[in-house]
Every structure is written in structure tokens, then in C-alpha cells.
Design a protein around this ligand. Structure first.
Ligand code: IMP
Ligand code: MG
Length: 335
């Protein structure tokens, strides 16, 4: 077993879907596994020039790779069916490649009704919190108990063990983790490397941990996040920062350097992708919580020094388009 893991180091919406899709192009993976969350996730993927938004289904289906919804996830059978139909109507075969861990938990209509009136956290109202609550209260329903899910159900240990090369597709971000985020403004599943290996993965099989960030921060929810400054409205607009699941406006801020450091350290990140460089380029302003920068080159050099070999990162990639990540950017190639 060889395992690569893709996780968000901010508050979700870092571009994990895009990076997962990009990595799958290598053709080496036997499995792609979603390991946490449910249809609260919204992964925007450009496949053959066409835009897709996925919620439950791992990006492996775009390449005919066996795609597993892991035991760390919660599944809404209604939403899942809609998503299968949506992808298949656009020519992406899903059914034959989809597997669901028998011990994944289920989001029920009752969970959605309860979450649907949330005013406190600003959840995605997709029933995630109540489903995880029932899992840990030991009153939940599992995938193996739901007839419509049974055709897809597998023992995830049996499915993944052996000579496989596995790509773990995370959802949400490290700073939405229930332990590490700004509680109670967090999601209900763990979001880091530890959550990935809980899905039948041997910790010793980990090869690369891809940490994904955007060049700035965004957050959706009830917490006060965006400082008073017109610049953040401009970033929100230039970056088209609206939730892929809910359509809500995402609050924006400068990149939080301390939080990225902690997330890299705690998750063993060795590959860093910095997405949406084009947005700050368009706005013409570069900064982090440490202060402003003179321009893109100054910003890149700062990130390469800050998040380089000293903190265990062997490669950093900057991306300025929604479809793919660019080749590795050596310091000398900085614009
Ligand atoms: P829940 O996960 O729907 O319970 O929402 C809890 C918090 O996590 C809210 O602030 C949501 O906006 C946020 N959240 C959940 N999933 C995502 C995601 O995929 N991207 C960004 N924020 C998310
Ligand atoms: Mg998203």
C-alpha cells in the first residue's frame, strides 16, 4: 500500500478537488478515497474543459479509478443518487467505480431537517452535524443498513489492503477541524492526516501529504472573519468567492502564516500548493497577516522561504488557473 493524502490547510475551499483531479492524471492510483465529511463539501473540478461540482463522490470517477466513500464520511442517499445521475448524464461513469464503506454513517431526512434551521454556526445545512452526533451517540444508521446503498457497500479494509496506490481526497480544512478550529465554528468531522488514515490506511504507507492553500483566506459561516477594509471585498469579487454548496458569500482575509505553519507541522505536509495566485494578481495587492508585500515576486519568495525545507516541505507549487496546478516553481522562475 502506498498512500498520498490531499488536505486543506485553511477553512475549506482551498482547491483540493482541483489538485486531486490533477494528481489522478498520473494514472498510477488504484483508488481515490473521500475520508471525511459529507455533502457539505463542494469540490469544483474542471474535466476536459467542463466544470463540475462534486459533493460526495471522489474525483477518481473522472478517470475510471475505483472511488471509495470512506468510513470517516457521512452519506446522504438522496443527494448521492442525484450526484450519480448528474455525473452520468454528463458522460462520467460512476456506478461501476463507486464503493461505500459499509461502516460509513448515513444522513437521514431528520438530520437534514434539524441542521436546516441552524442559525448559530452557519452550517451548510446538509445534516452533517446531526449525523456525526448520532454516530458517536451510537444511535446512527450505517451504509450497510440502507438498501439503496447496499449495492455499493464494501469492507474498506479488504478493498484497500494489498498492492494498491491510494489517493485520499480530503474535505473542508484543518481550521474547521472540531479540535483545532475556532470551536464551535467548526465542522463535525476531523479534517487532517489523522482522519485520512482512520479509513483503513496504514500510517506507514504514507508517501506524500499534499497541503492545499489559497493565496489568501476565505471562510463561510457565522463567525466574524473579514476585517473592515474594501480590499477584501475586491478579493471576494475577483476570486468569485461564493460557496460551491450553498452559494453564500465567503468572507476573506490575508493569508494566516501562523495557522499554515501549525497545519503543516501537525499534518506532516511535504508538498504545498498555493492556489488562486491570479486573484491577487488581478487585485494588485499582496499580503499576509505579517504585513503587505511589494508584489508577486516578493510574496512568492517569502512563502518559499517560510514554507520550505526548514518545515519539511520539499516542493511548493503556485497555481493561477482553475483547471490545474503548474509545474513546480523553482525560486528563480518567480515572476
Ligand atoms: P457543516 O460542516 O455543514 O456542519 O458546517 C460547519 C462549518 O463548516 C460552517 O462554517 C460551514 O460553512 C463550514 N464548511 C463545511 N463544509 C465546508 C466546505 O466544504 N468548504 C467550506 N466550508 C465548509
Ligand atoms: Mg468547496
Amino acid at each position: 500500500m502506498i498512500t498520498d493524502i490531499v488536505i486543506g490547510l485553511q477553512h475549506g475551499d482551498e482547491g483540493k478537488g482541483k489538485v486531486t483531479h490533477h494528481l489522478l492524471k498520473s494514472g498510477e492510483y488504484t483508488h481515490c478515497v473521500r475520508f471525511n465529511g459529507g455533502c457539505n463539501a463542494g469540490h469544483t473540478i474542471i474535466h476536459n474543459g467542463k466544470k463540475f461540482v462534486t459533493h460526495h463522490i471522489p474525483a477518481g470517477v473522472f478517470f475510471g479509478v475505483t472511488s471509495v466513500i470512506g468510513n470517516g464520511c457521512v452519506v446522504d442517499p438522496v443527494k448521492l443518487q442525484e450526484e450519480i445521475d448528474y455525473l452520468e448524464s454528463h458522460g462520467i461513469p460512476v456506478r461501476q467505480n463507486l464503493r461505500i464503506a459499509s461502516n460509513a454513517h448515513v444522513i437521514t431526512e431528520q438530520h437534514k431537517a434539524e441542521d436546516g434551521v441552524d442559525e448559530k454556526i452557519g452550517t451548510t445545512r446538509t445534516g452533517n452535524g446531526p449525523a456525526y452526533r448520532d454516530k458517536y451517540a451510537r444511535t446512527g444508521l450505517r451504509a450497510c443498513d440502507v438498501p439503496s446503498l447496499v449495492p455499493f457497500v464494501v469492507n474498506i479494509y479488504e478493498e484497500l489492503k494489498g498492492d494498491n496506490v491510494i489517493l485520499m481526497e480530503g474535505a473542508q480544512g484543518f481550521w474547521l477541524d472540531p479540535d483545532w478550529g475556532d470551536y464551535p465554528y467548526v465542522t463535525s468531522s476531523h479534517t487532517g492526516t489523522a482522519a485520512a488514515i482512520q479509513n483503513g490506511i496504514s500510517p506507514r504507507s504514507i508517501r506524500n501529504v499534499w497541503g492545499i492553500i489559497k493565496a489568501y483566506e476565505t471562510y463561510v459561516g457565522k463567525r466574524n472573519f473579514q476585517p473592515e477594509d474594501k480590499i477584501f471585498d475586491r478579493i471576494q469579487e475577483a476570486g468569485q468567492e461564493f460557496g460551491a454548496t450553498t452559494g453564500r458569500v465567503r468572507q476573506c482575509n490575508w493569508l494566516n502564516v501562523d495557522e499554515i505553519h501549525q497545519a503543516i507541522h501537525m499534518n506532516g505536509v511535504n508538498r504545498l500548493v498555493v492556489n488562486k495566485m491570479d486573484v491577487l494578481r488581478k487585485v494588485g495587492a499582496w499580503g499576509t497577516t505579517e504585513g503587505p508585500f511589494y508584489g508577486e515576486r516578493h510574496f512568492r519568495i517569502f512563502l518559499q522561504e517560510e514554507f520550505g525545507p526548514r518545515v519539511g516541505i520539499d516542493k511548493i507549487y503556485f497555481s493561477d488557473n482553475p483547471a490545474t496546478i503548474n509545474e513546480e516553481n523553482p525560486l528563480t522562475a518567480a515572476a
